[in-house]
Write a protein that binds this ligand. Structure first.
Ligand code: SF4
Length: 376
């Protein structure tokens, strides 16, 4: 009977758990164990904003280089607001989810027009800016201004659900809202930013999403339900992800000498406004791509089939095959109405044109490095 009784006492839902007892050990642990990260050197709200947006979907180690480069080129909110779009997208190349940086620029323009160039010192005003959700608003307002506001993302949900053995589906927006509301009253005055960062750090370095959590190093080891009941692998609960739509494509690397053909994607939809190698829907044969090139007025001299590749977006998966097509003179390309091809030296792509990571494998066949590797 005793173990079961213990279970009843510890395994409570988030709503019933005394979350405030997590605060002091988390802050003490963070002060001792926090990593030395570039965005933790100051409390500049712009720096915190840039880092938090970059860290969505991207690992800390990968973000460091992008972060330094972005702030080197755009050191202020004003510089971000005024940056030409192509250059902005090039700075973001490799990070993906390009709407994030487009929204940052929209928000920067609003900050310039309505808040005299400074991030407002108010949670609700920060939350009202384009591209800033409850998590980012909480992170900026607490870390920069110590406004007691929670910052709840998947990491925070995971660790809290493990501690309390709460089986809520953390993919549901309602669960995130519930946890945010539960945290608001326990946010410590004056050190709310430290507490939020402690939660982030525990999620990133101790109670990790993949692999065994390092419970012996966790400040909550003695109060964690999942650890005591050996149920860690049961939390957090997540509903099954939606089935991705599969799209087949044929990618064409059409070159003469050192020039290569790229084109701009439409201004709406997936990867809007970025550049890409010309491509065709479906898997096409060598004959079809040769005939495509000839119809465009080109003169294929050499055609090589390239290995398949795939790229996974959140709801779509591209399955690609590709061809390298060397032609005598790209200038012969016959432009059709609504087409905007660019014949460009490879070096210029490296420095000026943002090509999404979906094309990375094919770019490598023509010795082009995309993203951070290809910049500067
Ligand atoms: S004790 Fe283990 S499972 Fe519980 S929060 Fe800490 S690392 Fe995660």
């Amino acid at each position: 009977m005793r173990p079961q009784l213990f279970y009843v006492i510890i395994a409570v839902m988030l709503e019933d758990y005394k979350l405030e007892k997590l605060v002091t050990p988390a802050i003490a642990w963070y002060e001792e164990h926090k990593r030395d990260l570039p965005w933790r050197k100051d409390k500049n709200p712009y720096h915190i904003w840039v880092s938090e947006i970059m860290l969505q979907q991207t690992r800390v180690e990968a973000v460091k280089g992008y972060y330094e480069r972005f702030l080197h080129r755009l050191p202020t909110i004003k510089a971000l607001a005024e940056c030409p779009e192509d250059e902005l997208l090039k700075l973001w190349e490799g990070l993906g989810y390009y709407n994030r940086v487009r929204n940052m620029q929209k928000a920067a323009k609003i900050i310039m027009e309505e808040y005299e160039g400074s991030m407002p010192k108010d949670y609700d005003l920060i939350l009202s800016l384009p591209g800033i959700g409850a998590y980012t608003a909480g992170a900026i307002s607490s870390i920069a201004y110590d406004i007691p506001s929670p910052a709840v993302d998947g990491n925070v949900l995971r660790i809290l659900c493990r501690v309390t053995e709460d089986d809520s589906d953390i993919k549901k927006e309602a669960v995130k809202k519930k946890v945010t509301n539960l945290l608001f009253p326990i946010m410590p005055e004056d050190v709310s930013g430290t507490f939020n960062q402690a939660l982030m750090e525990i999620g990133a370095t101790v109670c990790v999403p993949n692999g065994e959590p390092l419970c012996k190093k966790c400040p909550w080891e003695k109060m964690c339900g999942a650890y005591h009941h050996k149920t860690i692998d049961q939390y957090p609960k997540k509903s099954k992800p939606l089935q991705r739509k599969i799209e087949e494509k044929t990618i064409l690397l059409i070159m003469d000498g050192n020039r290569i053909l790229i084109e701009k994607r439409p201004n709406k939809g997936l990867l809007a406004g970025l550049y890409q190698f010309p491509n065709m829907e479906g898997y096409e044969s060598r004959e079809t791509v040769v005939s495509f090139a000839r119809k465009k007025g080109l003169d294929p001299l050499y055609v090589e089939e390239l290995p398949d590749a795939k790229h996974i977006f959140s709801h779509i998966e591209w399955k690609m095959k590709g061809y390298l097509i060397k032609v005598s003179d790209l200038s012969l390309y016959e432009v059709e109405k609504n087409e905007a091809p660019v014949l460009i030296e490879k070096e210029k792509i490296q420095s000026e044109y943002a090509i999404p990571a979906a094309f990375e494998k094919y770019a490598s066949y023509v010795n082009l490095s995309l993203g951070k590797k290809g910049f500067m």
